[in-house]
Design a protein around this ligand. Structure first.
Ligand SMILES: O=C[C@H](O)[C@H](O)[C@H](O)COP(=O)(O)O
Length: 232
């Protein structure tokens, strides 16, 4: 089975948790896109839901699939968010932001009663850190922000290259919010929760890709079928 087929299987399983009338957070990425497409099929069959997209890309996908949309300006709470991840550890802490959507994804996940993360089994890791950690920053004062991040890395016992994310044309990648991203190549993060707490207050850091305690359930698709893991 292809990786894409596995992602679609995980998405299909998450769809079973969607009920009529739900307010949904719609994640970003290749796995979340399957969920949006499958949700669109259910909407065409009469399911009544409304979604808040976590990126402009997901907004476009949802519109194409006929999923009714709203915003967190109009709603202050969602029932369920379904999103992908770049890494998932046994406590269901996540690394997210490989596609640059981490800020809106975290706002939407935090506003949801429940977050289900969908992925193929390759995203399951014993500990976070192999995937470069995205840190969304304000372009103003970049060197000072970089220095502050490096200092908290040392405090958290991690180190590695901190690279501004670039587009293929060499220009800085710009997020939907107009910010830049540092990708931190740390290799391993011994205490992701501690590091998250140190990164949060740095001026210039808008958000980071450590999602601590947000995902409640993970649906992992592999050759043996779907494995469902609940947060301990
Ligand atoms: O910014 C992007 C998101 O956090 C994605 O959910 C994450 O990168 C996983 O994407 P994919 O399902 O394409 O591997």
């Amino acid at each position: 089975m292809t990786m894409d087929a596995l992602k679609r299987q995980a998405a299909a399983r998450a769809l079973e948790y969607v009920e009529d009338g739900m307010r949904l957070g719609l994640g970003t990425g290749s796995t979340a896109r399957h969920f949006v497409e499958l949700l669109g099929e259910r909407v065409r069959d009469g399911l009544k839901v409304v979604g808040v997209p976590t990126s402009e890309a997901t907004r476009a996908d949802a519109e194409r699939c006929g999923v009714p949309l709203t915003t967190l300006d109009d709603l202050d709470r969602l029932d369920l968010t379904v999103d992908g991840a770049d890494e998932i550890d046994p406590d269901l802490n996540l690394t997210k932001g490989g596609g640059g959507a981490l800020l809106r994804e975290k706002i939407v996940a935090a506003a949801s009663d429940r977050m289900i993360v969908i992925a193929d089994e390759t995203k399951w890791v014993a500990g976070l850190g192999r995937f470069p950690l995205p840190i969304e920053v304000i372009p103003f004062g970049l060197a000072a922000t970089r220095r502050a991040i490096t200092e908290v890395f040392a405090k958290a016992g991690v180190s590695g290259e901190l690279a501004v994310r670039k587009q293929p044309d060499g220009h800085a990648f710009v997020t939907d919010g107009g910010h830049w991203i540092f990708d931190a190549h740390l290799g391993q993060i011994p205490d992701a929760s501690y590091l998250a707490g140190l990164l949060n207050p740095i001026p210039g850091v808008v958000e980071h890709g450590l999602f601590i305690g947000l995902a409640r359930v993970a649906m992992l698709a592999g050759a043996e079928g779907i494995r469902i893991v609940e947060r301990p």
